[in-house]
Design a binder for this molecule. Structure first.
Ligand SMILES: Nc1ncnc2c1ncn2[C@@H]1O[C@H](COP(=O)(O)OP(=O)(O)OP(=O)(O)O)[C@@H](O)[C@H]1O
Ligand SMILES: [Mg+2]
Length: 160
């Protein structure tokens, strides 16, 4: 886990965290983004996509479950905003869909059991009081894939 959590003071700063993560991404990576409604999950993915050189707008994949974007790497964005989508997700054949891509899953903790165990976990939280534009962004490597990279995100952000 990044220590302390990264604090962002607005959507653009959360996008900046996504851009830094994008710079560290490799084909086959999985990024799981969790947090309450409106926490900024899609905002983070927008930054990630921008960092990968995607120039299309990133929107929540409401009707399509998964959306694919093309940047320096292929980006597959999945939003499992309802539990009944888990079954759909499994039918999609996530492994094929995300092979050689960066797979980013919103509401990921809902489907954690079905996702690759070794991923970057991103948890966004809004403060219960105070500035409504503040967010805490916690990054956590669940296995070796991101173990060495997770600390480089915070380091890159403090350099800016
Ligand atoms: N520090 C911040 N980081 C991210 N978003 C912020 C921040 N401050 C304010 N916001 C606003 O909060 C909203 C976050 O919306 P977003 O769609 O990214 O959330 P979400 O977690 O994907 O929601 P959902 O649960 O509906 O998928 C946006 O309107 C954004 O502008
Ligand atoms: Mg969203």
């Amino acid at each position: 886990v990044t220590d302390p959590d990264i604090r962002t003071a607005g959507a653009d700063e959360t996008r900046a965290v996504g851009r830094v993560v994008a710079e560290l991404c490799e084909p086959g990576d999985v990024v799981v983004v969790s947090g309450d409604l409106g926490a900024g999950k899609t905002t983070f993915v927008q930054g990630l996509a921008a960092g990968l050189g995607v120039d299309e707008p990133v929107v929540s994949p409401t009707f399509t479950l998964a959306r694919e974007y093309h940047g320096a790497l292929r980006l597959v964005h999945v939003d499992v905003y309802r539990l009944d989508r888990v079954q759909e997700l499994l039918h999609l054949g996530l492994d094929d869909l995300a092979a050689e891509a960066v797979l980013v899953v919103e509401w990921g903790d809902v489907v954690a059991d079905h996702l690759p165990a070794d991923h970057l976990a991103v948890r966004l939280a809004a403060p219960s009081a105070g500035d409504p534009d503040q967010r805490a962004v916690a990054l956590h490597a669940t296995g070796p894939a991101w173990a060495d990279r997770v600390g480089r995100v915070a380091a890159a952000l403090t350099r800016r």
